[in-house]
Design a protein around this ligand. Structure first.
Ligand SMILES: [Zn+2]
Length: 370
């Protein structure tokens, strides 16, 4: 969450700039309130942007959730553009090309989430909006924090979701913190082996499909939206050491502490100081052979995934998605570290293990599922 904390926008937990191809300048690009090199201007304009007001979303929020999904309004594209300028990400957010089959898969993914979880999120979500080239595959931001009024929005890049089935997407993602090494690979399994690529209907909900890739990505971002209720982790736009030492964030306190010099520090860093170098999507920082050390370490912590160990916000989002996926939806979940094709280590869902018991209790209180 370095980027989130430093920059205040949350999101960009995402995917990849697989192709950071600088886009050719497009003549009809809308005028921006800042130059593309002016980070300070972008920061200031983003802070006071209209998409961060409840008024902007009032009419949209009165609609059913299924009607709060689609191509982003121009104001939101401008906001994401200010965000990438602010962060120095070489992306050019723009209106998406959405196909009917893709949107059908998005709706299927959303409808496949348990009703009680969808109901919980209904009032906390100002919509799921699509924008191309956002510097990742997903983005979440808050409009307002608080138990009663907390609400946020999600932005997804349809190009990142177009062509990957669930297990391919999850495996690709889990390899991104490590440099390529022909001996070592990670295989992630979040769906069954069957499937023809789409569909989440009866008897097919376990399959390795695009729907299930979208659903897993969506659940992670929905975890961020849920956290707008507050009391889970500190606001990512205002990390505050004093506030974090107050005991007001019991979920955070199970895994994290605050260091005046280093910022967020995990309680388990002594056994794996390289945690601070784990970076998903943008730039592998660890040698391939360290995969096994990283995953053995995870099993000695209360982090459900390695991604959860990167910052408190993603700790909650990863806890939320893996809990909903494995406990409520009874889907497969396993990460395998392989050396020359042989499985050397398996990380399984932690939610029925003692190491995650305290986190599970808090999560179930938040979700009302205990
Ligand atoms: Zn995230």
């Amino acid at each position: 969450m370095t980027r989130q904390a430093a920059a205040f926008a949350l999101g960009h937990c995402l995917l990849p700039l697989l192709l950071m191809i600088a886009r050719a300048a497009i003549a009809q690009e809308p005028a921006l309130p800042c130059a593309r090199t002016d980070k300070e201007c972008a920061y200031q304009k983003a802070i006071s942007h209209k998409v961060r007001t409840l008024e902007f979303w009032r009419a949209v929020r009165a609609k059913p959730l299924v009607e709060r999904i689609g191509a982003a309004p121009p104001e939101l594209i401008e906001y994401l553009t200010l965000d990438v300028i602010k962060l120095g990400i070489p992306a050019r957010p723009r209106a998406p090309a959405l196909t009917p089959d893709f949107m059908a898969d998005v709706r299927a993914a959303l409808n496949g989430i348990p009703a009680n979880i969808r109901n919980l999120l209904d009032r906390r979500l100002a919509g799921i909006w699509f924008i191309e080239d956002i510097g990742g595959s997903g983005f979440a931001d808050i409009i307002r924090w608080g138990p009663a009024e907390g609400v946020g929005f999600i932005v997804l890049d349809p190009r990142q979701l177009q062509d990957r089935r669930a297990n391919e997407w999850a495996s690709w993602k889990e390899n991104t913190p490590f440099r390529d090494d022909p001996r070592w690979r990670i295989e992630a399994v979040i769906a069954g082996p069957e499937g023809k690529g789409t569909g989440i209907g009866r008897g097919r909900d376990q399959e390795n499909s695009r729907v299930n890739a979208i659903q897993y990505i969506l659940l992670h971002e929905l975890g961020h939206a849920l956290a707008t209720q507050g009391g889970i982790h500190s606001r990512w736009d205002r990390p505050n050491g004093q506030e974090l030492k107050s005991g007001a964030y019991p979920f955070h306190d199970l895994s994290w502490t605050w260091d005046e010099k280093l910022g967020h520090v995990s309680l388990f860093d002594a056994a794996f100081p390289e945690r601070r170098k784990v970076r998903y999507y943008f730039g592998a920082n660890l040698e391939g052979r360290r995969m096994i050390d990283a995953y053995r370490w995870i099993e000695s912590t209360n982090f459900p995934t390695l991604y959860a160990a990167t910052n408190p916000g993603d700790d909650f989002a990863e806890s939320f998605v893996t809990y909903v996926h494995t406990v409520l939806m009874k889907r497969p979940w396993e990460v395998r570290v392989t050396e020359e094709g042989e499985i050397r280590f398996k990380l399984k869902s932690c939610w029925d293990q003692p190491r995650c018991a305290q986190k599970r209790k808090l999560l179930e209180d938040i979700l009302g599922t205990r």
